[in-house]
Design a binder for this molecule. Structure first.
Ligand code: AR6
Length: 183
């Protein structure tokens, strides 16, 4: 299953599947501020990508983020043994009714995409950040993720060829499909 929508020179593509198998230049990890692995897609990335990713995350912590990466920000490492070349690690917000929560989820996407531009990354793939362990409802997260991506693509019409959302199950795919239809 896949669906696409084009903004400038970039296709926004929805697909159902496993992010660790994406053959884009970069995949975006739904990390935590410790950057040292965890469950969900983060666990799968470190498990399949191997120790090189963790070693770079440790170095980033030691050199730049001794107190952890703040929510909404993004950093980049190798992708180790994964088919992608890079992993962009971003920290989504834990879902709550606090007013800054949607702003932080949008910032994850904007900062990940800005980092991709800075590294000449033409294609990248996200999962549905914050919608697993962090509890963000899919129908609220999908329009924020896609809206932030669309805003970035309007500002950088030639920076990327593809921004893919790899959704783990049919519910996630349906939520992103509905949100994409309203872009
Ligand atoms: N490919 C694509 N999507 C996936 C995969 C996969 N391999 N595995 C899970 N998902 P989550 P969060 C989906 O929990 O909510 C970790 O412990 C999943 O169904 O991975 O941002 C981190 O270390 C959901 O839709 O990330 C943090 O502590 C989406 O990916 C915390 O969880 C995100 O779920 C981050 O929580």
């Amino acid at each position: 299953m896949s669906r696409a929508h084009t903004i400038g020179g970039t296709a926004i593509v929805l697909a159902q599947g496993d992010l660790t198998e994406a053959r884009t230049d970069a995949i975006v990890n739904a990390a935590n501020s410790g950057l040292l692995g965890g469950g969900g897609v983060d666990g799968a990335i470190h498990r399949k990508g191997g120790p090189e990713i963790l070693a770079e995350c440790r170095r980033l912590r030691a050199e730049h983020w001794p107190d952890g990466l703040p929510t909404g920000q993004a950093v980049i490492t190798t992708a180790g043994r994964l088919p992608a070349r890079y992993v962009i690690h971003t920290v989504g917000p834990v879902y709550s009714q606090k007013p800054d929560v949607p702003i932080l989820l949008a910032a994850c996407h904007q900062n990940s995409l800005a980092l991709a531009v800075a590294h000449g990354i033409r294609s990248l793939a996200f999962s549905a950040v914050s919608t697993g362990v962090y509890g963000y409802p899919l129908d609220e997260a999908a329009p924020i993720a896609l809206g932030a991506t669309a805003a970035h693509l309007h500002a950088h019409p030639d920076a990327h060829t593809e921004v893919r959302f790899v959704l783990f199950n049919a519910d996630a795919y349906a939520a992103f499909e509905s949100a994409l239809a309203t872009l």
